[in-house]
Design a protein around this ligand. Sequence first.
Ligand code: AMP
Ligand code: MG
Length: 532
Amino acid sequence: MPPTLPSTPAGRSAAADLTTLEFDDSFTRSLPADPEGRNFVRQVASAAYSHVTPTTVSAPRLLAWSDDCAALLGLSRPTQAAVEILGGNRLAPTMRPYAARYGGHQFGHWAGQLGDGRAITLGELTPSGGRWELQLKGAGPTPYSRTADGRAVLRSSVREFLCSEAMHFLGVPTTRALSLVATGDTVVRDMFYNGDPQPEQGAVVCRVAPSFVRFGNFEIHASREENESLQRLADYIITQHFRDLGTPSPEVYARWFAEICRRTAVMLAHWMRVGFVHGVMNTDNMSILGLTIDYGPYGWLEGYDPAWTPNTTDLPGRRYAYGRQPDIASWNLARLANALNPLIESVPALEHGLEVYADAFTRTWRGMLAQKLGLTTLDRPGDEELVRELFGVLQQTETDMTLFFRGLARASASNIEPLVAAFYVDGEPSETHRARLVKWLGQYEGRLQVEAMPADERIARMNRANPKYVLRNYQAQLAIDAAAQGDVSLIERLLSVLSRPYDEQPEHEDLAQRRPEWARHRAGCSALSCSS
Ligand code: AMP
Ligand code: MG
């Protein structure tokens, strides 16, 4: 049974069915196509994409739907014919599906051609001046599937669906998710990479973004010295998505690179603000629009720990740990700079872009941190020290980042009660911990007095920067476990609660608690493999 969905919110204009909407194809019209039309794994030269249609599935069934994302597209709730499209069994007449060609630096090394190995873009919708690509993830093999099957399992699809939407509502730049469809087919995965592959339920997510182009789309052209294709791709992206920059020219390419750097910095500052760890910041997972893209073994910081990575594959080097993300983004931008060098041909211009990144990150993160603390600035004497000591206090004992910052608005040196729920060791904090915390709170209170902001205003301001609800890893896992048994109610509940992450929702207090101990070492709850 498909889930029953609430009726369309009042005040929204009449929405259309996916089967009848007119799709645009600006990407395929503007860019060089792979001339080979057959679907087999291969190295592709010069082209930006290959035409490929989704492979059919046995029994597509709608598991989840984002009303908010649908409203963006002017889409009505899906009929079964629309679900057939969302599962990959059918195309609307104006869809021209394709898989994009890209490469990437994975874990610091050039990996050559990667490409959409299991993602297929169906087409572009252009409601009221916008442009949104609809892309199926898990839709079957493409020329870029390498040795893999082109499919996705239910667990990773639930995670991508929920986290895309949760990030959007947190105000973090991100690709969106429209639907989650069970395929009715099984997919075999060696989830623990221990030589014990198991069948799992398959699923397809329909994700939505103005563009899914990554740094790696440029890198692949540059790596093969395909300068004409490189320029066409740059011109297309600038014309469609950076229109304000003007007609492409070497000077405009330089300004465009700086703008990508700026947007990436803003995205990273948001990740740090909400405690999001992407887990696989390879250059093929970096959006040219500065959107969070490709939700795989991501995780949310629970105990504050800059060295934490959710990705078991990343454990040896912790390259993609929480605290390293800003530097890794800069490293990735430097790879993009190399790829764009044939267009810009100015080392100072590329260096300037990287400086823009560093400045924008520092400024944005500082501003967000000030807001998290209820301060208007962190530029006063002593502020640097106040912040350094705060992060020291947070690491003295395992402290839930989300709960600590949320509780801070109501805590004081004489009342640490609002913070106690954040400590993973139950009971009274140790003497030394309490003393250091209280001392810091005293300094913090002194600093607040300098601002002289009314308490109500300060608390409201802090609550807008410090979410009450984030998609805790164990909650996603519980939603997956239930969905695997045919119960999608927790997916629906999480989607609904996470659509108001800054609001108090007293009836959902249980979703704003620190991770239970049983989840500490359970697969999917604190550590994830890349298997998906
Ligand atoms: P990811 O680690 O998910 O960013 O994927 C890296 C590359 O592997 C991309 O080119 C993906 O399209 C491809 N890939 C990942 N999983 C699969 C799969 N099951 N089938 C085909 N290609 C895949
Ligand atoms: Mg990827």
